[in-house]
Write a new protein. Sequence first.
Length: 132
Amino acid sequence: GLLLYGRTDEREGPRRRAVDAIRELMREVAGVVTGTKGWNAETNRVFAEHARAKVAVVSEMVLARWRERTSGREMLEGLAGRVYSSTWAIPDACMPELLARSRPCLVALLGDLDRVVEHEATFTLVTARLPP
């Protein structure tokens, strides 16, 4: 048998710091916890533990790399439009405050809501081949 786990990663940078800051505001304003700062850390840990328990041979391969561009304004629009699954649990009543507090935070981190920031993202496939 074969266990498969795919994940998207992105390098540390302005966008990632902005997302971390918005996640912290989501926790403060709406009580929504979206995970730790170590993106994918919990899923990586659980997959590795399960693979070890099954005495599987694990390998990892980056299948794709690409550049993404975004701005603070686009991030706010995504937050307001609940584009990301991490935003679905935010109560409607909390959204105006969350957006209001996110704006100055993004300006502070990105310099301007319309400044475009780029980062590299990757898709990695982790496989765990089970013993016969």
